[in-house]
Design a protein. Sequence first.
Lengths: 132, 136
Amino acid sequence: MERIPILRMGNFLLVTIQVDMHDKLALTLQDDLTTRIAEVGAKGVLIDISSLEIVDSFIGRTLANIASMARVLDAETVVVGMQPAVAITLVELGMSLPGIRTALNVETGMEFLRQTVPDYRERDDDGDYTED
Amino acid sequence: MMGTIQKTETVPIRSGSDVVLVRQRVRAWAIEAKFSLVEQTKIVTAASELARNTLEHGGGGDAQLVLLNNGGRVGIQLIFSDQGPGILDVKLALSDGYTSANGMGLGLGGSKRLMNEFEIETEPGRGTRISCIRWK
């Protein structure tokens, strides 16, 4: 089955959406990400949508769902790289993505996660820090 | 306002990947008609919403793309038709927040805002035809 890859970096998960997603693929990403957050105890999720040429209400809702589910699982989500034309259209469509943290690019998005998540290194059960 | 028809293309909508295909065809047309990037994005987003409606609520149907020329002014018309259950209350369906299945309730009202002209013909049990135009 077609899937969008999820990369792990310490206790952050990184996703770059580079295909024109059909709805099922967006839902698969939602499920996969939520599962991965719980599996690895991720504290931050960064979703790069700079390649997305449109965000319609379905994709917008999926992004909002991912952020809510991540929040319930104690992880912060930041959506980065939205194209200006997409932002203009999305607001006119009636969606301002409330509850979603955004950043202009991957760099500022990572910076936000590092500041928000108290410690972004891996920690084992006994509280020691280990490099992953 | 209509104008003369320059060309047409029909894309069947039977599955989720057809919704993606509609987006791609509409994008290609909007680029060819030299719409700006923001205009292209608006037309493609409206097409995506309406194609999804045709699939989810209409049980599938067709998207027809029409290139119009009205005294030198170019427009793209999108016509979505299905033989589904129809829309019982059009005014309600156009209002933000209205949702019958798994949407955010922005599909119809939102796509109306993204286009210049918007028309719904529907009859309960007989299907729905939505026509919208964006002029350059």
